[in-house]
Design a binder for this molecule. Structure first.
Ligand SMILES: C[S@@+](CC[C@H](N)C(=O)[O-])C[C@H]1O[C@@H](n2cnc3c(N)ncnc32)[C@H](O)[C@@H]1O
Length: 288
């Protein structure tokens, strides 16, 4: 079958299924099967696919048409400079979480061998990106999900980056540090909000990665006792919850509390520093 015919049919099927970006998704599926780029798929419309490749495209398109996230259909997803393995056991790493990494790198700047803890690591995205972009960082990452840790382990092997993985429930406290940085993208969706989310999230992503009441508060409280004085906490939050999380950090005694915006300008990343002895507590919140 010709590439352009297969592409046209894939776009139609995904459009009918209600996928938000049918053309991009179809191009990415073809590019994946043909081991090429999206632009090459578009440029090579007249080329022919053999039966095996055509059937593989049709199989992946029908998975996507059931609203399975494109990342699971492809089995891998880009995050910062890495391409990570992903499947139903882990949250698909999001662009807003790349801003979390950005803030962590800013906090770690100038530290030779900082100790970093990623709480709720999922695919390992944050931990691995920090290990990749701050060579010398000693990174540990925990998750309560054995399945997520298996995926994270595959990603450690795939990227050949050194990240220690721990099977641990954050509600039992955090591993003793002292850590120079604790980072987390904890579950922060309420059960009611989950019902209103798109099928890709609601029906496919692990519920425990999305909903865990009190997880953010637990990380904020426990991090206080495992961060060194001067160490930083960096958290992702819902856009409508960032102000509340920033207030909590201030109330609990974090200093230099700051909120940063994601790429769409929404307040999403909250950070603060454990004050060194003598430093004023709960400094003012800087808006994004
Ligand atoms: C929002 S996902 C973040 C995944 C990854 N860090 C990322 O940003 O793509 C939250 C993660 O927290 C984990 N998690 C949920 N409850 C937990 C708990 N009580 N203790 C430790 N990890 C937990 C989930 O398994 C999931 O991998």
């Amino acid at each position: 079958m010709r590439v352009d015919s297969l592409l046209r049919e894939a776009v139609r099927v995904l459009d009918v299924a209600g996928c938000e970006t049918p053309r991009v998704d179809a191009e990415l599926i073809l590019a994946h099967v043909l081991r090429t780029t999206r632009s090459a798929v578009v440029a090579q419309g007249e080329a022919r696919l053999d039966d095996r490749a055509s059937q593989e495209v049709e199989r992946l398109v029908s998975r996507r048409a059931r609203r399975e996230p494109l990342a699971y259909v492809l089995g891998e997803w880009g995050f910062r400079r890495l391409v990570l393995r992903v499947d139903r056991r882990v949250l698909v790493p999001r662009p807003e979480t790349e801003v979390v990494v950005e803030r962590c790198l800013a906090r770690l700047s100038g530290q030779d061998r900082p100790r970093v803890l990623d709480v709720g690591t999922g695919s390992g995205a944050i931990a691995l990106a920090i290990a990749d972009e701050h060579p010398g960082a000693r990174v540990s990452a925990l998750d309560a999900s054995a399945g997520a840790l298996e995926v994270a382990r595959e990603n450690v092997a795939r990227t050949r980056l050194a990240v220690e993985l721990l099977h641990h429930d954050l509600f039992n406290g955090l591993p003793a540090g002292p850590w120079d940085l604790v980072v987390s993208n904890p579950p922060y969706v309420s059960p009611a909000e989950l019902e209103g989310l798109e099928p890709e999230v609601r029906e496919w992503e692990p519920r425990e990665a999305l909903v865990a009441e009190g997880a953010t508060e637990a990380v904020v409280r426990f991090a206080l006792s495992v961060l060194r004085p001067g160490g930083a906490l960096v958290l992702e939050s819902a856009a409508n919850g960032a102000e509340r999380v920033a207030r909590l950090l201030g109330e609990l005694g974090y200093a230099e509390v700051r909120v940063s915006a994601d790429l769409a300008g929404r307040p999403r990343v909250v950070e603060g520093v454990v004050p060194a002895p003598g430093q004023p507590l709960g400094a003012e919140v800087s808006p994004p």
